[in-house]
Design a protein around this ligand. Structure first.
Ligand SMILES: *[C@@H]1O[C@H](CO)[C@@H](O)[C@H](O)[C@H]1NC(C)=O
Ligand SMILES: *[C@@H]1O[C@H](CO)[C@@H](O)[C@H](O)[C@H]1NC(C)=O
Length: 587
C-alpha cells in the first residue's frame, strides 16, 4: 500500500515526566530488590524544547522516517517525547508507543545470562562445574552445538562469553535463516534449528581473534538459556529483568505485544526511494515511476530473532533499563558482579569504528563501548526490516539517550542525529567539534541506492574484457539448488514469461536470472547478472522493503559438470566482508 507523504506532525504527542510514573510503581513493588527512586521533576529543564522539536521534525523529513520516540535520562530525571507518525494516517508516536528494538535485545540476553550465572542454580552438563561466562556452549547443548569437520576445537571450546561478544569466528549468515524446519518444512523454525544449522556453515575466522558480528550465536545462546531453564526466553527475561525493573511494555513476541490491551505498536514503513511499489500507479514520463511515499511493511514474527533481536518495547521502558545500568549501586536487579562483567570490554572492533569517537570501540556483552570527549560511553543499535533503535549511555555522567523509530536503515541515521545533538548540547560541544553523522550516513545511503548498477565493478574489478560467454543456454541454469543451512535457491528466468511476479520490481533490474526466497525469515530476492564465463554478480534485496537500503551483494559461480549440466552453485555472501563459500547442490 502506498501512503501519502508524512502527515503533519502531531502536537498532541505528550511530554512525559517519567519520574512520577516510576515512583508510583515503585510503591507497589515488594521484596528486597532495590530498583531506583528518581525524584519527581516539575517539567523544568526538559531537553525537548521547541527548537529541538523543529530539529527533530527536519531530521525525520530528510531521512524519510515516519516517527521517532526519544527518551533522555539525566541524573534522576527522565524525559520522553514522541514525534511524527506511528501508524498512518494519523496515529502519533507517543513515549509509550512500542517499536521493534532489534539488536538492542542482545544486552538483555547477556544480562539474563548474568543472572542465571549469579543464581548458582545451573551447571555444565559435562563436568558439573557451575555455570559461568567461560562455560563452553557444548556443555549446555551438546548435541545441538556441533560444528563442521575441522572445527572440533571451536565446538568444544567456544564459550557463552565468546558468543555474546561476537568473537566466535562465524560471519553473519543471516541469509541462512529458514522460516520452516523439520521434515518437509512441517513447522516454524526455532532457535534450536538455528543452532543445529551451524554444522553446515564455514567459519570466517579462527575463534577469538577478531570481532565479527553474528546474530546466529545469540540465537545459540537463546537456545542454551531455554534448555537450562526449561522455558521460553521471554518468560525468563520478564521474570528476572523486566518485572523487577518495571518494564511492563516490553515483549519478546510481537504477537504478544499486539494482543495486549492499550498497547500500540508502531507499524514499520519503507520509503520508496526506487519507485518500485508502483501499486495502481501510472508510469510517469520516460517510463519512470513516481518515487517516494511510505509503504507499509507487515509485522515480522520474532520467534527466531529471539535473544538476538526479538524485543518490542518503548522508550519509557528502555530508560528504566539504562538507568539501572548507570546507577550500579542503586540498581540491585543486577548484582555488582553482573554490572561489572556486562560492561567489561572483550574484544576491539575495527579501527574504522573510531568514526565520531575518541578511539576505536570495543565490544562488551551486548554493548559497544568507547569514549567520547573523554567520557565513557556504551552504545548499541538495533534494526529490523522496518524499525531502528539507538541506545547510548554515559555511566560516569549518569546520562543516556534512547531513540526508537519506524523505518528501515534511516531510522538509525535519524536516531544518531537526534541522539548526538542531545549529547553534544549536554556536553557543551561546539558546532565545529561535532561529528557530521548525517553527512557520513548520506554517502553510504547514496551508495546503497546505486548498488545494483555498481555491483559488477565492485564484485569483479578484474574481470575478463570482453567477457567470456557462459557455457550453456540460460534455460539450463534454471532449477532448484540446495544447501542444508541456506536451504533452497530456486532460479528462474528473470524476464519473459513470468511478468506477473512481484509488483514491478523487475522493471528496475537487469539480471538474467533471479531467485525469490520467500521461504526465508528475511524474505529476499537474488538477482543474477552475468559477468564472464560461469561467474555472476548477485544483487540481494529484501521483499518486504525493496528499496535497496538493506541491499547486499554476493558472488556466484555455476559449476558445469563433466556431463555438461549445471551441477552446483557456489556462492560467496559478503555482508560485513566475506562470509565463506556456500555450495548449493542442484536438486
Ligand atoms: C534458583 O533456585 C531458587 C531455589 O529453587 C529459586 O528460588 C530461584 O528463583 C532460582 N533462580 C533462578 C534465576 O533460576
Ligand atoms: C504499564 O504501567 C503503566 C503504569 O502503571 C500503565 O500506565 C501502562 O498502561 C502499563 N502498560 C502496559 C503495557 O501494561
Amino acid at each position: 500500500m502506498r501512503l501519502a507523504p508524512r502527515a503533519s506532525p502531531s502536537s498532541s504527542a505528550a511530554l512525559v515526566l517519567f519520574g512520577a510514573v516510576l515512583a508510583q510503581q515503585q510503591q507497589q513493588q515488594s521484596g528486597e530488590q532495590k530498583v531506583l527512586s528518581p525524584s519527581v521533576g516539575d517539567g523544568a529543564g526538559s531537553p525537548f524544547d521547541a527548537d529541538f522539536g523543529v530539529f527533530t521534525e527536519e531530521v525525520l523529513h530528510s531521512w524519510h522516517v515516519p516517527g521517532v520516540a526519544v527518551a533522555v535520562v539525566d541524573g534522576e530525571s527522565t524525559w520522553a517525547e514522541g514525534y511524527g507518525i506511528a501508524n498512518f494516517p494519523s496515529s502519533p508516536v507517543t513515549p509509550s508507543t512500542l517499536f521493534y528494538t532489534g539488536s538492542t535485545t542482545k544486552a538483555f540476553t547477556a544480562a539474563v545470562t548474568s543472572l542465571l550465572i549469579a543464581s548458582g542454580n545451573f551447571s555444565s552438563s559435562q563436568d558439573s562445574s557451575p555455570l559461568g561466562w567461560q562455560t563452553p556452549i557444548s556443555h549446555l547443548i551438546r548435541d545441538d552445538f556441533v560444528l563442521r569437520e575441522g572445527y572440533e576445537w571451536a565446538a568444544a571450546h567456544l564459550t557463552l562469553e565468546d558468543a555474546l561478544s561476537h568473537r566466535a569466528g562465524f560471519a553473519r549468515h543471516d541469509k541462512a535463516l529458514a522460516k520452516r524446519s523439520g521434515p518437509d518444512g512441517g513447522r516454524r523454525s526455532t532457535v534450536r534449528d538455528v543452532a543445529r544449522s551451524l554444522r553446515h556453515l564455514p567459519m570466517a575466522l579462527e575463534p577469538r581473534v577478531r570481532w565479527r558480528y553474528c546474530n546466529l550465536m545469540f540465537m545459540v545462546v537463546s537456545h542454551a538459556i531455554q534448555t537450562l531453564t526449561g522455558r521460553w526466553l521471554g518468560t525468563t527475561m520478564r521474570e528476572l529483568l523486566w518485572a523487577p525493573l518495571g518494564m511492563n511494555g516490553t515483549f519478546l513476541s510481537v504477537e504478544e505485544a499486539l494482543g495486549t490491551p492499550g498497547v500500540e505498536v508502531a507499524r514499520g514503513y519503507y520509503w520508496d526511494y526506487l519507485g518500485v511499489s508502483g501499486e495502481g500507479e501510472e508510469e510517469g514520463e520516460g517510463g519512470a515511476r513516481e518515487k517516494g511515499g511510505f509503504v507499509e511493511v507487515p509485522f515480522s514474527s520474532l520467534e527466531v530473532a529471539s535473544g538476538a533481536g526479538g524485543i518490542v518495547s518503548n522508550v519509557l521502558d528502555y530508560s528504566r533499563w539504562i538507568r539501572c545500568l548507570m546507577h550500579e549501586d542503586e540498581c540491585t536487579v543486577l548484582p555488582k558482579e553482573a554490572h561489572r562483567e556486562l560492561k567489561a570490554a572483550r574484544i576491539m572492533l575495527s579501527p574504522e569504528s573510531r568514526k565520531g569517537y575518541d578511539a576505536p570501540l570495543a565490544y562488551a556483552l551486548g554493548w559497544q563501548l568507547g569514549t567520547y570527549k573523554g567520557h565513557r560511553v556504551f552504545t548499541h543499535g538495533g534494526g529490523m526490516e522496518a524499525h531502528g533503535a539507538k541506545v547510548y549511555f554515559f555511566p560516569d555522567l549518569k546520562y543516556g539517550v534512547v531513540t526508537l523509530a519506524n523505518t528501515a536503515v534511516t531510522s538509525n541515521i535519524a536516531g544518531m542525529e537526534v541522539a548526538w545533538k542531545l549529547i553534544n548540547d549536554r556536553l557543551g560541544v561546539s558546532e565545529e567539534e561535532r561529528f557530521d553523522w548525517g553527512g557520513s550516513s548520506k554517502k553510504t545511503l547514496d551508495e546503497m541506492l546505486k548498488l545494483a548498477d555498481t555491483a559488477v565493478e565492485k564484485l569483479y574489478p578484474d574481470r575478463a574484457d570482453p567477457p567470456l560467454p557462459r557455457a550453456l543456454p540460460l534455460q539450463d541454469y534454471v532449477g532448484t539448488y540446495f544447501h542444508p543451512a541456506y536451504r533452497t535457491v530456486t532460479i528462474e528466468l528473470a524476464e519473459g514469461g513470468d511478468s506477473s511476479s512481484s509488483s514491478g520490481i523487475e522493471k528496475k533490474k537487469k539480471g538474467e536470472l533471479k531467485a525469490v526466497r520467500d521461504n526465508m525469515e528475511w524474505e529476499m530476492t537474488f538477482e543474477f547478472q552475468h559477468v564472464s564465463g560461469e561467474s555472476w554478480a548477485v544483487i540481494i534485496d529484501f521483499l518486504n522493503t525493496p528499496n535497496m537500503l538493506n541491499g547486499q551483494l554476493a558472488r556466484a559461480e555455476f559449476v558445469v559438470g563433466v556431463k555438461g549440466t549445471v551441477d552446483k552453485l557456489r556462492m560467496e555472501f559478503l555482508e560485513d566482508g566475506n562470509e565463506g563459500i556456500i555450495v548449493f547442490d542442484r536438486m
